[in-house]
Design a protein around this ligand. Sequence first.
Ligand code: PLP
Length: 345
Amino acid sequence: MKPFAIENITRKSVLEMIPYSSARDEFNGFKSDLIFLDANENPFNNGLNRYPDSTQLRLKSEFARLRSVADDNILLGNGSDELLDLIFRAFCEPNIDSIISLPPTYGMYGVLSAVNAVKNWEVPLTNEFQPDVQSIISAIDSSTKVIFLCSPNNPTGNAFSAEKILKILTEFSGLVVIDEAYIDFSQQKSWIEKLAEFPNLIILQTMSKAFGMAGIRLGVLYANPSIIRILTKIKPPYNINTLTQQRALERLSDMAQIRFEIDQIIQNRNFITSELLKIPFVEKVYPSDANFVLIKVDDASFRYKQLIASGIVVRNRSHEIENCLRITVGTTDQNSNLIQTLKKL
Ligand SMILES: *Cc1c(COP(=O)(O)O)cnc(C)c1O
């Protein structure tokens, strides 16, 4: 197999296109002493009358500091969902290329492959919810552009074995995307520190889960600069709005609070795990490296409806994994309410 090279993996149309240059790009760094009559904005200042910083430099350098990478290792998106879509559009030729995903996993890989007319080869996880490395390697062919690994995985909650991920990274010379939406709840280390070693590695993180900011929509992609340059070329220039950039910076300025909340959630996860095991109709509580637990019950649809009738909404995953419910870890009060309710059913 040929070694990874950005020119070989990128769609020809993307390589050849000239990116949109926004008015504000051309004068980035020039500060407010200039008179800006270039972007057809309303001149009356209300705090938001100007377009946002399309390069998001301040925010990127905060993430760079937090994760010990350089600014040019980072791309920000309107949620990870936008970043996933950019990956498809930059690298996968519709009706020709394909991706590999490992169900049961996050639904967006399949949805985006359908939207972008890119074949999704599904290689199911093993019974232990680990990647089936041999089958993945057999499924790779000349059309395979991207392998999506979600670790810790949604909805199973477990992290993938580092050895298996490493094997996939070394055997495959297309892109390997590791979706680390739940990494801050995990014992496993982030793959960010392996970026220098693997030019084909893309890591996705988000402010939606551990960072408590699902409402602002901010996803963070880490990769080598050649990948970042291609994705930056096709991203909508103003994809991160001003309010999102402001609120993200505020939140990142209090990492102690974020770490405190993560600790609480992990403690509460361990608490509900042991309590759930005591419920007679709970047959299994899968070990979790995330902020949710997957449980197997006697009759998932029945228990799901019973819980809703008691005012508690969980996720019924039984179409993917037989009789399984996915339960997000809540506050101490919410969790004891859940456990009390389950005991009464
Ligand atoms: C929640 C989640 C995300 C986050 O998506 P955003 O668009 O950033 O909110 C990404 N990947 C997985 C696997 C998730 O479960």
